[in-house]
Design a protein. Structure first.
Length: 372
């Protein structure tokens, strides 16, 4: 037992020396995750800012100008053109000069003062359906809020509907996306590093030397995976610190649960990478295989698209995707402060998937080592 532990530790030291010997590799391991988080944090956003808006104000009254000011003051809309002719608004939308059009009819202020029903028209360029939907929601809330302030009590009696976002009050997409980016970055780092591990040894001719050494196949696998698991945990601490200190993402959960979930998830990702390494003959093949696995797992994780909006077959398929379970845990810990009682299904799924993938990869490595 002691001899086995010493051999594993020596293998771990060898891997660390090999990884950190190259200065470029150090940048890939620690600088690249931070740059990726910054890029994802700023670029992956469904928020609408400065939406190009064309205004047709047929009333030209103080009330109509006040409504336009309310839209632009929100920061969501920016007026790029004005006209008194509706045809100009249609032309701006057709040519892509504006994403939204606002048409205020004549008599708008008179109807407002006389407590009569008012109407304004909002037109959207639906080419990008997501942006159009978000902009429509923002504009509708601003117009209704302005009308309620400008003419209190004008609305007919009925249901008083008041909506409130419980866990993300400002509905900021960055608050929702950045925690999930942590899972995406860990997936990429662990997959690429581990998938290249054994293939690199085979290409430079040292794998045969390791196989004839006192190391058993299990010890060799542990020596290969432990360094990358520790590097993954270091990257977790680094990018989580950036998420909290730079993007000011709230964290309401238990830190130990985040570490536990990350350990289980890293083991699953390392298992997948190790399996790729056992079926690849060159580093180029392993690298391409890792990206071939990375994209579908990310798309089927709920990172970009809700799982509930996928066809039933793909919803079932996501249950064997560890990225989905990890992202659900991370988002729940960051935004909701959920505990183990609410997340034990995801933790169990990560444990079972990680154990199964690691066993499969280790078994294939043993068979290949015995055959060759």
């Amino acid at each position: 037992m002691r001899g086995s532990l010493e051999r594993i530790l020596e293998m771990v030291r060898k891997e660390f020396r090999q990884v950190f010997r190259d200065a470029r590799m150090r940048g890939v391991l620690f600088a690249a995750p931070v740059l990726q988080l910054l890029a994802f944090g700023y670029a992956v956003s469904t928020d609408v800012r400065d939406t190009a808006t064309f205004v047709v104000d047929s009333d030209a009254s103080p009330a109509s100008r006040e409504l336009v000011d309310a839209l632009t003051a929100s920061g969501y809309f920016q007026v790029v053109g004005r006209s008194s002719r509706p045809a100009d608004l249609v032309r701006a939308l057709d040519h892509g000069d504006a994403m939204m059009g606002l048409a205020i009819p004549a008599g708008f202020e008179r109807d407002l003062q006389n407590r009569r029903p008012m109407s304004v028209q909002l037109l959207f360029d639906g080419t990008n359906s997501n942006v159009a939907t978000v902009a429509q929601g923002y504009a509708g809330r601003i117009v209704l809020s302005w009308a309620a302030r400008r003419s209190p009590g004008a609305a007919p009696p009925g249901v008083d509907l008041r909506a409130r976002a419980w866990f993300n009050p400002n509905l900021e997409s960055r608050t929702y996306n950045v925690p999930a980016v942590i899972g995406a970055i860990l997936t990429l780092i662990c997959l690429v590093l581990t998938s290249l591990a054994i293939v690199r040894e085979r290409e430079i001719g040292t794998l045969e030397q390791l196989m004839v050494s006192p190391l058993t196949p299990g010890e060799l696998i542990l020596g290969k995976t432990i360094p990358f698991a520790l590097i993954g945990l270091a990257d977790l601490g680094l990018i989580t610190a950036v998420a909290l200190l730079w993007f000011h993402i709230p964290y309401k959960g238990n830190v130990l649960l985040l570490v536990l979930a990350s350990v289980l998830y890293i083991l699953a990702a390392l298992g997948v990478g190790l399996f790729i390494s056992t079926i690849s003959r060159t580093q180029q093949e392993a690298f391409m295989s890792a990206f071939l696995v990375f994209m579908p797992t990310l798309l089927l994780s709920g990172f970009m698209f809700p799982v509930t909006s996928m066809p039933p077959f793909f919803q079932w398929l996501t249950l064997i995707n560890p990225v989905r379970h990890y992202m659900e845990i991370v988002r729940a810990l960051f935004l909701k402060g959920a505990g183990l009682g609410a997340l034990w299904h995801q933790f169990l799924a990560l444990f079972l998937i990680g154990s199964g993938v690691l066993w499969l990869a280790a078994d294939r490595f043993r068979r290949r080592a015995a055959a060759g």
